[in-house]
Write a new protein. Sequence first.
Length: 421
Amino acid sequence: MLAPLLILGLLVCTAGAAGVAWRTGYLEEAVWWLTNATPPVLDSPAPAGPQRGAFEVPVALTPEGRAFLVAATLDGAPLTIPASSSTAASPQRPGRGGDAGTEAPLRLTLDTAALPDGHHTLRVEAEDRSRRRNRSALDVTFVSDNTAPRISVTGAPARLRAGAPTALRIAVDEPAQLDVHGGDTQWTVVQLPLAGAEHAANLLVLAGTPPNTASGELVLRLAARDTAGNVSEHVTRVLVDAATLPRQALVVPASLAALATGPVATGEASQLAALMVGVRPDRLWSGEFRMPLPAAAARTTGFGDRRDYADGHVVFHGGFDLAAPEGTPVLAVATGAVAFAGSLPQRGNTVVLDHGWGVYSLYAHLVQPGVQVGQMVTQGQPVGAVGSTGLSTGPHLHWEIRLRGQAVDPAAWLALSRELP
């Protein structure tokens, strides 16, 4: 064994400068080939999350150029190693002209399409090019998932009256991103994670339509995407019956026309819609909502009543008008945070409560707001008193319930609030 090393040493001593460098490297390689007893090191990052379809597993080999893959198995079954992953079928001794080896990371491509969903183990084995042909192995575990999530919907009514809210429960059988869309219809949708649900994709969905929605079929489209990228879709269809809306022909004095139908009116509507479009994720109330005035208060105008003005402007009443003596306390219908307390051109002195989950209540034509923005109020707490401010012909309370900015039938909401989890 010493003879080859002695000869190599003499060659190094008698060569020129360039030859010295080359033969020195050759000598180092020869010494490593003769003496190395350290197995090669295999390294591969565990695939992040579930894998779907084909994916690559990078494998790093150390020392570079001195080792190669010799075997790979998946769950015990042998895999074919691509030529690019093994630089030589049999390692070459130094000086025999073999490839020195690739220095790029090796990549194995696995296809999970034929695998059952679940945990799998890829085992790779490497051998170095030394005389002893030292070996090592590495296990890489991963999870395959080629099954789309399953969506189930409960609580969807077969028929719904225009303007009435509804609640649906949507469940997905695995963690997933769930999107709910009203399509091209007039659904107003609020997605709410169910407390204590196994997956965040288990939702309570509150939905409603404007009071003037025509009879027909409304479509709710659901799409769930799991962490592996599998996608499933579900369509829920609800028949909507048009509401019978009383019609009022109104003649407004010229001095009040701007409040009734002009830019001031439309500006106020936009302001309120923007104020109540947000969805607070926490639910501030518990139990059912209650009326803001005693049961003896007469309802003078219903929800959705159509109002035709002399100039051709048409609006649909967004709540209830309740007649009561001026100064009668107006009570919070449920616990909530004050989102607005101030004066509006049409509605006069107004209070808006945010109850969470995208649900708001509005109290208008008050003598004065009795609360301040940011204040928390409890159910039954006075928020003001009946008055006749704004566009009003006498003492009364204009009361609205809104779902993400969309006015819904207050009576229907009271009934629905009794059924919510």
